[in-house]
Design a binder for this molecule. Structure first.
Ligand code: SF4
Length: 494
């Protein structure tokens, strides 16, 4: 066994230090409380333990932690990502513990919604609290360990000052941390005082050439291809970040890291994969085809994180590009690509108000038509959207909700999942009252319509999605699906 010592240990609780059995979408389960089965069964399906080396370094780790690890290693600092079950031996020597999270306290979407609806705390928040209470972390803290927290959910600490105090957190970094983390850690290692809060504004984010490239494998081979999004939706924090596009060379280096670690898949990550190399918000075939050919040359399985529905329509209408990309990526006639998309609303009026550029280059008032056309294109190209709907946006009217309900009904023929989420103040709507009320009649109807839509498609989708999964986990998941179906019928939800 290696006796390697690290000055900086990076880690997070099990809900994120997992590869969800290679199925990113199962990660959604960690945003809810266990439903109809014990927590252990829920977690065995959603967040299995990660393979680790002889000193507890995970084979795959969340991409954000890998980026921080890379920034520190590039600066000559001894740092490593360590699995949460193996922290003890490393924290005896470490001076800094860095933690990154997507949803520390289950305040983000969709966790907050599950919490309101079920009255039960989601597992991501439960596991994070248990992680912070680990005796090895508390003991190290008493011995002078500095704790720095960050990641996309860093804002949540500002809503939870009691936990900041309780766990004696030293610094919160809000925003892209790769540039600021090195000097903060150097100060911590030199015994200098740390600031309690660091906000990385637009001017302080790393330029493209300052973004470090991962040194070790990321969960499910996720590699970033772009940062930021030009569409400027009013509820979105991504839009506050400038647009930076990785070069193909940078992307290929990260693909190679994952390939060398033995991964068989990659997940291309951007707020809109189709805007890679685009002319503004108009997708262009050459860069996208090149990108997918490179990814496919390394991996059998190539996935997408997000696309925008207007880009799907534009790319297909002008270049048959969605069909061409699916031909590059899909391995056979039984294969599909899953991807997250944002519907957010079926109301043209609300779309014009809160996301005027989401439909571009098409007019915002044609948003429901764009959604339907994009879903139809993806259905034919064997791409499965997992779509979000936002409920409770400030100023949302009954008429807006009725339009959304109508749209969900019209999407029934298209293979997809639709997830309603509560509005959480982000982007330029950050200062508004957080949406905490119980759902209105129309909102509840939308939730029921989504459940009905999802149960309609889930059996068909699970044939593809679960086909190469561990048989026991597959069995457990089928049991959960049956229980949900039966409960939905019993309570007349479907
Ligand atoms: S399109 Fe998506 S990522 Fe871009 S600003 Fe709108 S919600 Fe944010």
């Amino acid at each position: 066994m290696s006796n390697e010592r690290f000055d900086v240990v990076l880690s997070v609780d099990r809900t994120l230090m997992t590869n969800h059995h290679g199925k990113e979408f199962l990660g959604f389960m960690t945003t809810g409380p266990p439903i109809l089965v014990p927590e252990k069964v829920w977690m065995a399906i959603a967040a299995p333990k990660m393979k680790v080396d002889d000193i507890g370094r995970p084979r795959e780790a969340p991409y954000g932690l890998r980026k921080i690890e890379a920034a520190l290693l590039d600066a000559g600092i001894k740092a490593a990502v360590i699995d949460p079950d193996h922290l003890g031996k490393h924290l005896k020597n470490a001076k800094v513990l860095g933690i990154g999270h997507h949803d520390y306290f289950a305040l983000g979407p969709p966790s907050s919604e599950w919490w309101v609806l079920t009255g039960k705390e989601p597992v991501n928040s439960r596991y994070f609290k248990r992680f912070m209470e680990k005796p090895e972390i508390r003991a190290a803290k008493n011995n002078g360990l500095k704790i720095i927290v960050g990641g996309p959910a860093a804002w949540q600490w500002l809503w939870m000052p009691e936990y900041f105090e309780k766990w004696d957190i030293d610094t919160i970094i809000e925003g892209e941390a790769e540039k600021v983390i090195v000097s903060l850690v150097e100060d911590a290692l030199d015994g200098k005082p740390l600031p309690q809060y660091v906000y990385v504004g637009v001017k302080d984010v790393p330029q493209l050439e300052e973004i470090p490239l991962i040194r070790n494998a990321s969960v499910n081979g996720l590699v970033e291809i772009m940062r930021g999004c030009p569409r400027g939706c009013r509820f979105c924090s991504v839009t506050l970040r400038p647009l930076r596009q990785y070069t193909l060379e940078m992307i290929e280096k990260e693909l190679r890291v994952n390939k060398n670690a033995g991964l068989d898949r990659c997940l291309l990550h951007s707020e809109d994969i189709l805007l890679y190399g685009a002319d503004g918000i108009r997708p262009r075939p050459e860069p996208l085809i090149k990108l997918h050919e490179i990814a496919r040359s390394y991996f059998e399985i190539v996935g997408w994180s997000h696309v925008s529905l207007s880009a799907v329509k534009y790319a297909q209408e002008n270049y048959s590009l969605i069909s061409r990309l699916s031909e590059i990526v899909l391995r056979n006639e039984y294969d599909f690509i899953g991807v997250e998309v944002g519907i957010e609303t079926g109301s043209p009026k609300l779309a014009e108000r809160i996301m005027p550029a989401k439909a571009a280059p098409y007019p915002a008032y044609s948003w429901p038509e764009i959604v339907k056309e994009a879903f139809s294109i993806m259905h034919d190209a064997r791409i499965v959207p997992a779509a979000t709907i936002i409920l409770g946006v400030p100023g949302e009217s009954t008429e807006d909700l009725v339009k959304t309900l109508e749209l969900i009904d019209e999407l029934k023929p298209f293979r997809s999942l639709i997830v309603p989420m509560y509005f959480v103040p982000m982007g330029v709507l950050k200062d508004r009252e957080w949406y905490k009320a119980k759902p209105s009649k129309e909102q509840f109807e939308i939730m029921k319509a989504c459940l009905k839509h999802n149960l309609y498609w889930i059996r068909d989708l699970s044939k593809w999605y679960l086909k190469d999964m561990n048989p026991f986990v597959k069995y457990l998941l089928r049991v959960v699906i049956s229980l949900v179906e039966n409960a939905a019928k019993l309570f007349r939800l479907i």
